[in-house]
Design a protein around this ligand. Structure first.
Ligand code: NAP
Length: 271
């Protein structure tokens, strides 16, 4: 363990990165709060982790983070816990591949609520005890934070928000000893792609992406090292760091030109 926290709060702990962070951080922490909608998975993870790690107490909480009232209930429960040095991992998120014109407005709303509003809401609410007792925030953004992406428009914009918000907080909170890190992975095999896939779509959503794939373990281990080193942003490989640098520095006109000729990912019904 590179940094030590008494309590670790992880959103989206029922699969992918969230579940992997829980397994990785269980050793040495006193209390873990696991949040997601699929509470059966959280309960199974609790049983497994408590059996393996003596002295660890795991609290699974079922919460739909897109629902403001459910978030208030969640925060009510968290406010009853005694203040401790806490790591908050805002990891829950979702994508939606496809043309904006064909998108489902309700799903768009849900995505924005989970990816941006819930992350902001939880960070604000949980910050005061962290300022008092110490702590850190890890916000899972994406390489998509560095570029606008046609057919993935809201997702990429939401991750730009996460990275920008995290960089600003990193500076604001540095002197108070609360680290803030934006985690920016490229493509990683989790349930993310399946969730982002719209009904009826069977093609390849991200042609050529395999060249930039990282493993869940690489992202989890690397991001924890980056947090311990006091960094504000983490990319999982040199290739991804260079790509992010390029995307941020290409002239806008050139970027628009390249992205206009992207391989078409989603066939509209009408085409
Ligand atoms: N995999 C990638 O290629 C990739 C790349 C860059 C960034 N990311 C980011 O990494 C983060 C984790 O994604 P992942 O790859 O681990 O995908 P994942 O396996 O699909 O995990 C997503 C997690 O978010 C939770 N979640 C989604 N909507 C929720 C809601 N309304 N309320 C509560 N929890 C919700 C899910 O839990 P329930 O469904 O049980 O609620 C699940 O635990 C996301 O923020 C994603 O944007 C992923």
């Amino acid at each position: 363990m590179l940094l030590s926290f008494d309590r670790i709060i992880i959103t989206g702990a029922s699969s992918g990165f969230g579940e992997a962070y829980a397994r990785r951080l269980a050793d040495g922490c006193k209390e873990m709060v696991l949040i997601a909608r699929r509470v059966d998975r959280l309960e199974a993870l609790k049983d497994e982790l408590e059996a393996q790690h003596r002295g660890l107490s795991v609290l699974p909480i079922c919460c739909d983070l897109s629902d403001a009232a459910a978030r208030e209930l969640l925060l009510g429960r968290l406010s009853c816990l005694p203040p401790m040095c806490t790591l908050l991992i805002n990891n829950a998120g979702m994508g939606d591949y496809g043309a904006f014109a064909d998108s489902d407005p309700a799903r768009n709303h849900l995505m924005m609520e989970v990816n941006m509003t819930a992350l902001t809401h939880l960070t604000r609410a949980l910050l005061p005890p962290m300022l008092a007792k110490g702590g850190a925030v890890m916000n899972v953004a994406s390489l998509a934070a560095d570029v606008f992406i046609p057919d993935f428009a809201i997702y990429a914009a939401s991750k730009s928000y996460v990275a920008s918000f995290s960089e600003a907080l990193h500076i604001e909170l540095k002197e108070q000893g609360v680290g803030v890190l934006a985690v920016c992975p490229g493509p990683v095999h989790t349930e993310f792609g399946q969730v982002a896939r719209r009904e009826g779509f069977t093609g390849n959503m991200t042609p050529g992406k395999d060249a930039f794939d990282s493993s869940v373990t690489t992202v989890v281990e690397g991001s924890l090292r980056a947090l311990a080193a006091g960094k504000s942003r983490y990319y999982p490989s040199l290739k991804i760091r260079v790509l992010a640098l390029l995307l941020r520095n290409l002239p806008l006109g050139l970027l628009r030109f390249v992205l206009a000729f992207r391989p078409r990912r989603v066939q509209s019904d009408s085409v």
